[in-house]
Write a protein that binds this ligand. Sequence first.
Ligand code: ATP
Ligand code: MG
Length: 590
Amino acid sequence: MKRTSLQQTFTVSITLFTICVIGAVAWFGYQQGKSVLIGELQRHGLSLAENLAYNSEYGLLFSDIEGLKKLVDGVSQNQDVLYVVIMTAEGGIIAEHGLYQYSRLERITQKRFVEYLQHIQAEAEPKLYDAENNDGIYDIFAPVYFTPEEGPANSVDPLPSSSVSTSPTPQQELLGVVVVGISFDRGSKLLRFLQLQILGLTLFIVVLALIVARFLVMKVSEPIEKLATGTRRIARGDLTQEVEINTQDEIGELAHSFNFMMHELRYSRQELELWAQTLEQRVQERTKEIQQKNQQLTELVESMKRIQEQLVHSEKMASLGQLVAGIAHEINNPVNFISSNISPLKQYIADVKQILRHYEKMRGLHPEQYAEIEKLKASLDFEFLLEDLDDLIRDIETGAIRIKDIVQDLRNFSRLDEAELKTIDIHQSLDTTLNLLGHLYENRITVHKQYGDIPPVECYAGQLNQVFMNILANAAQAFETKGNVWITTSLQTKDDHPGASAWLHVTFRDDGRGIPEDVLPKIFDPFFTTKDVGEGTGLGLSIAYGIIEKHRGELNVSSSIGEGTEFQVEIPVKLSQELRWREPVEKTET
Ligand SMILES: Nc1ncnc2c1ncn2[C@@H]1O[C@H](COP(=O)(O)OP(=O)(O)OP(=O)(O)O)[C@@H](O)[C@H]1O
Ligand SMILES: [Mg+2]
């Protein structure tokens, strides 16, 4: 829809209203003026006609044509008079002025004169005939009477007026009729001038009204436009610019309220933004706190799990230790019988063999007896028996040694074997262990030694060797064919630890097959093995774990399938120092 501006509406309305009002007033004024002017003219004409009639009585009575002529000339001097005629009662023209010049003869002599005679018989008053052809000329007829009793003259009024009655009395006789023709030309000119003046005034007022309308519209529409612009700015979110209207009227008040509203809006928005910011910050802080708590909880759960696992493990170890200690003790005695008897048995068999060989050399036997012995030897496969006897004894010896080793392992595992604390060179210990494992490592495994600068370590030397042995043996068994093993040693200081401050770190890394995820948690369990029956006892790592625990250290493992496995050993450099702090603590704990 096309927008009509306030200015247009105001301008058109005020212009139309002004034109209507001024037009109505002008029309009314014009009509009034016109009727007043015509009235005045007519009164003037009637007055002239009556005066002339009054003064013509004598001249008509005595046929004083000259006198009547003078009267006619005198009246015709009047500005508005066009013609003057004095006529007899029969209609004859006695004196005239301008009658022929204005061609009024026909009008007054024929129709009007007869008509007028009828008129004065009824009303006996002058009569005014309106301008018939709109030519602005009025014909005024007035009668001239003769009154015999009062002499030749009508009652003379020095100032005759239209109000003077000329109505005939019974004694009166009609001498004649005077006709005066007056023109409205001057009045018309005056009215035209008046019209022009009114038109000019109307135009002036219209222009003035337009200027006033424009001023008023400007006064109203300009601030409204400013307010509208301000509203649009607010709608766009701009709350910075205030509307500048400083008038003291209602619009000024509206602008003031508008600015106040904007100020309040701005304030509310700032509050909201601030609130949103703080809220966001608070949410972030809370989220961070919750995350931290969550992390702490996860860590706590993890450490509780570890502690639980350790407790279960220790418990298992303790009960297993007792069981194993008992078994080791029971086996130890018979194994001792066997192993201690093997040497004398070997000696005895060697002696018996010697005696038998000696008998063989003796030729004192009867050939039949000899043949019987030979027969017996052959049936018993004596030569093989002698040879196999040695093998059997060697096997028994090997078995006995193996059993002894296992018992030793079991004793170590159950901590029966409490050796003295010794301070040793760990690098030498590692090298010796590698030498002992020579048969497993030779031509298969490349060992990369990354030995750090470490001091001599106080430990249960034999047991620590066994830890290295078990881990390195497992590493060697992790390869199908060839592989690498990295051994790293380093020193770490724990200044905030109340026990030993220096700690030894030894890591064993291989690039073997790795340990599956589901197997990893079980490898420290005693008797857990993935090897075939008879190939491994599954005690190696559980013993190692026990030994490291005894050293108040830690044994950890990490592994991934196809990439390899890493064992980390951590023990105090001075175990006695650690024990001095640990033992009272452990006692109060239990
Ligand atoms: N370096 C390694 N690479 C891959 N698997 C390993 C490694 N070390 C240990 N394991 C796994 O851990 C299991 C337990 O090892 P542990 O030394 O306790 O027993 P074992 O070696 O099987 O038997 P034993 O030590 O009596 O010969 C092994 O059977 C093996 O599956
Ligand atoms: Mg092993």
